[in-house]
Write a protein that binds this ligand. Structure first.
Ligand SMILES: C[S@@+](CC[C@H](N)C(=O)[O-])C[C@H]1O[C@@H](n2cnc3c(N)ncnc32)[C@H](O)[C@@H]1O
Length: 320
């Protein structure tokens, strides 16, 4: 069956991109056929929350087909489950998935590897249509035994159940440079509620300010051995299980000597777990965000502040 086959391809053939691509498209057909939610449709609307945008069920379905994103998250989650089995031997592991979307994409594959006695899901989403779709999918695939509860709630406000320990929390509710979606506010709410040995995925998200040489970045598309020179000017935010804090203003200085091709950009690196990482260009979550032409601001300083709220993201101002 394609669910088992794609899980094995994702986990054990990490460099076989063609097979991963084919399997995830076949898996999408299976999920779409049971839920009537298909990645290509885009006929529903996003929810605009006080904490940012919650993308629609079809938008969330589309995330499955962000091949490298899905692969790196699933490989990280697999490693985390194996680690938790050591930390909590013989215990059933409870996994809270905040923003599960219509397919519970990042946990459903594990129903082919572990039994319901080993892992149990708490599937949470703010969108009732996504919750209804994931219920339909689990019933159709006859895997409802894996689900402890479906929860329609806002993950920026949600409080953990008092009667049940949570061992693993997963949330991928982000865009590049932590724009627009509520990932940061969700992390700030959920991580402090976690017990000591519990794991949050992604383990870390770091946004850095870098000078990219636009000509070299273009040339690398045709010259595969070209490694573009990127000048890291410093981190503007790093948030994860080990450093879950509200952002504090960061000042970055542009060097005096810059080329006309240099562009100041924000780069996003995501560590899902251990060595499972997503870096520049590997998914839409890692596309650089351009801030300014560096030469116009040579020698100047720029302050970055992260704002939460309806449109999360970095605001910046140049110092005189
Ligand atoms: C980017 S999609 C990811 C879908 C799926 N988890 C995946 O990784 O393929 C984000 C999901 O998070 C949900 N979401 C966004 N903000 C939320 C919030 N504040 N509380 C609960 N769910 C939220 C959206 O409704 C959407 O289903």
């Amino acid at each position: 069956m394609i669910l088992k086959q794609s899980t094995e391809t994702l986990l054990f053939k990490p460099n076989n991109f063609k097979e991963i691509y084919d399997d995830l498209h076949e898996l999408h057909q299976l999920y779409a056929s049971h839920t009537s939610i298909s990645a290509g449709n885009m006929d529903d609307t996003d929810l605009l929350l006080p904490s940012g945008k919650a993308i629609s069920p079809t938008g969330a379905a589309h995330c499955l087909l962000e091949i490298q994103r899905t692969a790196v998250f699933i490989r990280g989650i697999h490693k985390a489950i194996l680690k938790l089995k050591q930390s909590f031997p013989d215990q059933q592991l409870h996994i809270l998935y905040a923003g599960c979307g219509p397919y519970a994409t990042l946990v459903t594959p594990f129903t082919t590897l572990f039994s319901p006695e080993e892992i149990r899901f708490h599937l949470l989403d703010i969108n009732e249509h996504s919750i209804a779709a994931s219920k339909k999918l689990y019933e159709a695939l006859n895997i409802e035994d894996y689900v402890a509860e479906w929860i329609c709630a806002d993950a920026t406000q949600y409080k953990f159940p008092t009667e049940q320990a949570i061992h693993l929390v997963i949330s991928e509710t982000m865009l590049n440079a932590l724009r627009k979606e509520p990932q940061v506010e969700i992390m700030l709410n959920l991580i402090p509620q976690m017990q000591e040995k519990a794991i949050f995925i992604p383990d870390n998200i770091t946004v850095s300010a870098q000078l990219l040489n636009k000509r070299q970045e273009n040339d690398r598309l045709t010259q595969f051995d070209l490694v573009p020179e990127r000048i890291n000017l410093g981190n503007v935010y790093s948030i994860g299980r080990a450093n879950c804090k509200i952002h504090e203003q960061v000042c970055i200085q542009i060097p005096q000597e810059v080329l006309k091709e240099h562009s100041l950009q924000l780069l996003t690196e995501i560590t899902t777990f251990e060595e499972e990482r997503l870096g520049i260009y590997q998914s839409s979550l890692n596309m650089p965000v351009a801030i300014a032409n560096a030469q116009e601001y040579a020698g100047r300083k720029i302050n970055f502040d992260y704002h939460m709220g309806e449109v999360p993201g970095f605001k910046y101002s140049w110092l005189p």
